[in-house]
Design a binder for this molecule. Sequence first.
Ligand SMILES: [Zn+2]
Length: 124
Amino acid sequence: MMLCLVLIGCGNEISTETQIQNIVWSGSIDENTELFDKFMKTRECLKETFPEAMLHEGYPNVNLVIAPIVCGDNLKAFGCTVFAIDTIEIMNSLKSTWVPSHENIHWLTGTRDELSPYFSCTIF
Ligand SMILES: [Zn+2]
């Protein structure tokens, strides 16, 4: 049941224009020590508490952006997961907060916000 919900929970797209204007760093999450540490903690937490929710192997791409971004219906999001290109967008100023973990949970589980209350793995 969870798997069905997960597979139809496609990600939010953001406009190319917004991405290009606001990016200050772009790369794989394993190229950024701070974000990778948060990613691995989130992954371990999900593995322990909700192993059946883990869908993705490998690592997402990351765009660090300087301003709130357009993410689906949310015009001023702090982060966004774009499943179509295996990418998470994170506001650079918030990369030490809960935001990266939140987006990692989206990417690792393929779920949208309606289902994220199931996963209490937000690492601060
Ligand atoms: Zn979310």
